[in-house]
Design a protein around this ligand. Structure first.
Ligand code: SAM
Length: 426
């Protein structure tokens, strides 16, 4: 695999879709269902209380665990989470302790001499043993990586990953795969190659759709033109969905209505938090795929549910939220909670953490900076205290980085149903 955006030959490479190739290993024929899945790790450390009926998932680039929160609510069990940032790890543990397997192994490291399965490793590139060079591995190194992953990773049904978005975000420098963080997608691909889960659920910013877009360079997937997407997403789609084993992993994308406004490209959907009753815009892309064609056929896009007009005010614990200091118009959908940075003045369109509100009906209109508890509600997390050891600014940044939980839950539910799991009523 030799994808380099600065490569002068990249046009022809993209055209024949080999610049981002990924050879898939022979299918092992594993079913989507956990009950039929053998373990390729050490059985002696397998957590005995794990229910065979529950779907299992891993949470990569876990942040504070928005995926974990959503999938846990769907009766799924996390078997590994991976997060590098020290403070996000503190929050993750405070939020999910006891929900991840084997709390005593919660801090496991990903060295070769470690005992048992990885539970909460830090750097994904140590899990994959690619050391940040997953896009430049030789065949031998790839095989070594696959063996390394298999030795210490339990079988699981769904791979969840909100891989770092900075290289693709509108706010960032849009460096894409020129930026080493962009190559972390290849570590996700390596995990899929080694573990062959029944499905994956990836999340990223909207900017990824047209990153490195060039209307003269068609993006092809399995011989079909994919309209409106840039080369970076085209490369990602080929690695995930190409049926050519020299190019991709051969996953199936959901067969859905292409006229739905959320449909972007095969397997790619643009979903707003406000589609799932949260009063926040937060447009994000979801990339979903299945190992089995039948699951891909069964998948249905979830119904949308708009937030009520008063939902934002309720989440901010005030009577009314306004568009400006004059209070002419109510604000019903809030700003997209962003990843920290300097707080901008309240009049700025970039503002993300302050609103004009009236605490009481007819009361004075004043700016109000949102607090931790409001940020939690705007992202759809259950109410929790800011964990000790985490400063408010760090906590707010973590919330801004996180996924909108109800949106993940709605789409994750449809994934699990398509994979044949039953989801008990809450
Ligand atoms: C966009 S955030 C994901 C947030 C997460 N989905 C959530 O719900 O909170 C990306 C995360 O990837 C982490 N990260 C970046 N590089 C990493 C690496 N090499 N290994 C593990 N985690 C990494 C960052 O610390 C950050 O928390």
């Amino acid at each position: 695999m030799a994808f380099k955006s600065k490569d002068p030959n990249s046009r022809s490479k993209i055209r024949n879709a080999r610049s981002c190739s990924w050879e898939s290993s022979e299918s092992t024929g594993f079913s989507d269902r956990v009950g039929e899945i053998p373990f390729h790790g050490r059985l002696d450390v397998f957590y005995s209380s794990m229910s065979q009926e529950k779907p299992t998932f891993i949470d990569l680039f876990a942040g504070i665990g928005g995926f974990h929160e959503a999938f846990h609510d769907l009766n799924a069990q996390c078997v590994m989470a991976c997060e590098r940032d020290k403070h996000a790890r503190l929050t993750y543990q405070a939020f999910h302790r006891g929900k991840v397997l084997e709390p005593q192994r919660f801090f496991s490291e990903c060295t070769d001499d470690a005992d048992g399965f990885w539970m909460f490793p830090t750097d994904i590139t140590k899990v994959t043993k690619t050391l940040g060079k997953a896009d430049k591995l030789s065949e031998e190194q790839k095989q070594d990586s696959v063996e390394h992953i298999k030795r210490r990773t339990q079988k699981f049904n769904v791979l969840c990953a909100g891989f770092p978005c900075q290289p693709f975000s509108h706010a960032g420098k849009r460096l894409g795969f020129d930026d080493s963080r962009g190559t972390l997608f290849y570590d996700v691909a390596m995990m899929l190659k080694a573990c062959e889960p029944g499905g994956f659920f990836l999340e990223n910013v909207r900017g990824l759709i047209r990153h490195r877009f060039d209307e003269d360079i068609p993006v092809l997937l399995n011989g079909q033109k994919v309209e409106g997407v840039g080369m970076t997403l085209g490369c990602i789609l080929n690695i995930l969905f190409s049926k050519n084993p020299e190019v991709g992993l051969g996953y199936y994308y959901p067969e859905v209505d292409k006229d739905d406004a959320r449909y972007v490209a095969p397997g790619v959907f643009l979903v707003k938090a406000s589609d799932h009753s949260l009063p926040q815009h937060r447009p994000r892309i979801f990339i979903i795929g299945f190992k089995s064609a039948a699951a891909a056929k069964r998948f249905k896009m979830p119904k949308t549910k708009r937030p009520s007009d008063k939902s934002l005010a309720k989440k901010l614990d005030v009577k009314n939220v306004y568009m400006d200091a004059l209070g002419k118009k109510h604000r019903t959908i809030g700003f997209t909670l962003r990843c920290g940075g300097k707080q901008s003045p309240i009049v700025s369109r970039q503002n993300w953490d302050s609103y004009y509100v009236a605490e009481e009906e007819g009361g004075e209109i004043e700016p109000k900076r949102i607090e931790w508890k409001h940020g939690l509600k705007l992202q759809g997390f259950k109410s929790r205290k800011l964990p000790s050891g985490v400063k408010l600014a760090q906590g707010m940044k973590q919330l801004g980085n996180s996924v909108a939980v109800p949106a993940i839950k709605a789409w994750g539910k449809e994934m699990l149903l398509a994979m044949g799991f039953e989801i008990p009523e809450p």
